[in-house]
Ligand binder design. Structure first.
Ligand code: ATP
Ligand code: MG
Length: 248
């Protein structure tokens, strides 16, 4: 994927880089029409969070990583924005965790699926990664959801015990929780239904989270599941931080 020539010291460099990645993905037909709007909502929250990983988000990241490391059948679910923004970083994470990824998009068309699959396969080959990329041939459905967005694979999402679903839609998050899965989400909006519903909510920007996870795994730091972890309190800490933005 081509990167922008902008100066990395530019204060909005990361933000410009993410927008550029989306533009490139749009040209390749990887995104749904609403993708840029969803990104914009995320950007607004990131601005209020200060475009940084809050201590509470880092704690949630550790807890999510511990769940993924200890899972029997972990799966990372990918949509268009996730592939566009962090496809490479996520494939490295999946390789580290020996965990398959599955493309699970809201607006499913054969063209979009093909664009996403070929983009991921290209990265996988370039980087020499060993990751199963699922989703091309769905053979199961998420109960309680209508239409093509319910489609998934039996060996992937359907049977997963722990799922990392970055930038998930609230409906689908709810349906996955109802299936009894441990659902780990990344969502900059602490008030979204997804953020409120998940087992572990990481209120942080997707690429920062995945880079943090890869860094933790590479450092071989021990990841421990904390029985004292309180997701509601963690989400509340993000909200408290955002309220300081308005107080200043
Ligand atoms: P929900 O369906 O959970 O109630 P929503 O309908 O408001 O939420 P969606 O459009 O379904 O939101 O999903 C987009 C979500 O992803 C938004 O909550 C937005 O804050 C978040 N988001 C967008 N880009 C990023 C990003 N790069 N990192 C983290 N979160 C992001
Ligand atoms: Mg939604």
């Amino acid at each position: 994927m081509g990167e922008i020539a902008a100066d990395p010291t530019h204060p909005r460099y990361q933000s410009l880089l993410m927008r550029h990645r989306l533009e490139e993905a749009e040209k390749k037909g990887m995104l749904a029409g609403s993708a840029l709007i969803a990104h914009g909502r995320g950007e607004a929250f990131d601005y209020m969070i200060g475009e940084q990983t809050l201590p509470s988000a880092l704690q949630a990241t550790h807890q999510a990583l511990a769940y993924l490391s200890q899972a029997k059948n972990p799966v990372i679910s990918l949509n268009g924005n996730v592939v566009a923004l962090a496809g490479r970083e996520i494939l490295h994470l999946a390789h580290h965790l020996q965990c398959p990824v599955e493309i699970n998009i809201f607006y499913r068309t054969p063209e979009r699926m093909e664009a996403l699959l070929s983009h991921l396969h290209e990265i996988k080959q370039q980087e020499g990664l060993d990751v199963d990329i699922l989703g091309a041939e769905p053979n199961a459905r998420i109960p309680g959801l209508e239409g093509p967005r319910a489609k998934c694979t039996k060996e992937g999402i359907f049977e997963a015990d722990v799922l990392l679903v970055p930038l998930e839609d609230g409906d689908r998050c709810e349906a996955l929780v109802a299936m009894g899965k441990t659902v780990l989400v990344i969502d900059l909006n602490p008030l979204s239904r997804t953020a409120q519903m998940a087992s572990v909510t990481i209120v942080d920007e997707l690429t920062r989270v995945v880079n943090n996870m890869n860094r933790i795994l590479e450092s071989e730091e021990q990841t421990m599941l904390l029985s004292t972890y309180d997701n509601q309190a963690t989400v509340q800490q993000a909200l408290d931080h955002i309220s300081t933005f308005f107080a200043s």
